[in-house]
Design a protein around this ligand. Structure first.
Ligand SMILES: [Zn+2]
Length: 348
């Protein structure tokens, strides 16, 4: 069996002091970042060294603990090329997933093919991130900027089993790992990446896949948005002063609003893609109907919007994957439904 690649996960940045237990240097190592250098001392205050960086390995059969939290494999503490102090967990990609999959995904045993599908999406995302932040000295963040990772403490037997059963399997397009976009609830039909992100098209993110996500509470929604709640966002994104009118300019083929005109007391602006959803404080760009409610003097006090889905709606739909698994679909079929023209392959 080929070995899993290693991934470098950022655990802390700009820290002053951390402690590591269980390393081969001392049972407790106190690490301080000062004057652009890393300084190591043992639990009794004896100096263990100073320098630009150190790698800590676990003592045989132990796990390293960073400020009390256990992690697999190694920790590296260093000053990165941007002069920041960082702690990175250098860990096999398969062990990394054990600390990721239970945080973001479902743990319902009756839907194991959905769990496998989402595990493969998470693995593909991680694999495609290798080398992405090289200038900062790591590959992925441990929060939602990448995928939430909590190390050993979030591991669960069921997700471990799903990871083991799909070991090394990723989704590829023309031999390269895909950028595995996913959202919580697409609302019934997935979207074209190009339309909502306003960037060049990605062949396997064309959208248009029918999705049976009606069990999601966000499959469709009907909301009243007070203008006071969104004024700050409107100012930042549209900057048209007090809002007077809204007009849909263009919808995508799949029904999402991708261009909208905002007219206010200080002018007008056309917002595109996800900016529309952000400016209006909506769950998604799939707006099926809207109108505005005005007060006696004609000022808009709230926006009444109906729509579908939660998230960008591009790529895999988490709730849809669960439904399809319930109909007996396997992970490969589910992945190929949401990502057009891909291959599902075992790389290690
Ligand atoms: Zn869906």
């Amino acid at each position: 069996m080929k070995r899993s690649p290693q991934i470098r996960v950022l655990l802390k940045q700009n820290f002053r002091s951390v402690s590591v237990e269980g390393s081969d240097l001392a049972s407790v190592v106190v690490i301080k970042a000062e004057d652009g250098q890393i300084h190591l001392k043992d639990g009794n205050g004896r100096g263990l060294g100073s320098g630009s960086g150190f790698r800590l390995k676990p003592l045989d059969g132990k796990q390293l603990k960073l400020d009390g939290v256990p992690y697999h494999d190694r920790l590296e503490v260093f000053i990165n090329p941007l002069s920041r102090s960082v702690v990175v967990n250098e860990v096999s990609l398969e062990s990394y997933l054990r600390g990721v999959v239970p945080n973001e995904l479902f743990t319902d045993r009756s839907r194991s093919e959905a769990m496998k599908t989402l595990t493969i999406a998470a693995r593909t995302y991680a694999y495609s991130s290798l080398g992405q932040n090289a200038v900062r000295g790591f590959d992925v963040y441990s929060d939602s900027r990448s995928q939430v990772y909590r190390g050993v403490r979030s591991e669960k037997p069921f997700s471990d089993q799903m990871i083991e059963e799909t070991r090394g399997i990723i989704a590829t397009y023309q031999e390269k790992p895909i950028v595995a976009f996913y959202s919580s609830t697409c609302g019934g039909r997935t979207e074209d990446y190009r339309e909502v992100f306003q960037r060049a098209a990605i062949p396997y993110l064309q959208g248009g896949a029918a999705c049976p996500d009606t069990s999601s509470p966000y499959h469709s929604w009907d909301e009243l948005i007070p203008i006071s709640r969104i004024q700050e966002r409107l100012d930042r994104l549209a900057g048209v002063g007090k809002l007077e009118r809204l007009k849909t300019i263009r919808k995508s083929q799949n029904g999402r609003t991708v261009e909208m005109r905002f007219v206010g007391t200080r002018g007008e602006k056309i917002l595109k893609g996800l900016d529309i959803r952000s400016a209006l404080g909506l769950r998604s760009n799939w707006i099926t109907d809207f109108d505005v409610h005005r007060d006696g003097s004609g000022d808009i006090v709230e926006i009444h919007a109906k729509g579908k889905g939660w998230g960008h709606g591009v790529g895999l739909c988490q709730i849809g994957a669960v439904e399809l698994a319930g109909r007996g679909w396997g992970f490969e079929r589910i992945l190929k439904h949401y990502y057009q023209g891909i291959e599902v392959v075992r790389r290690w």
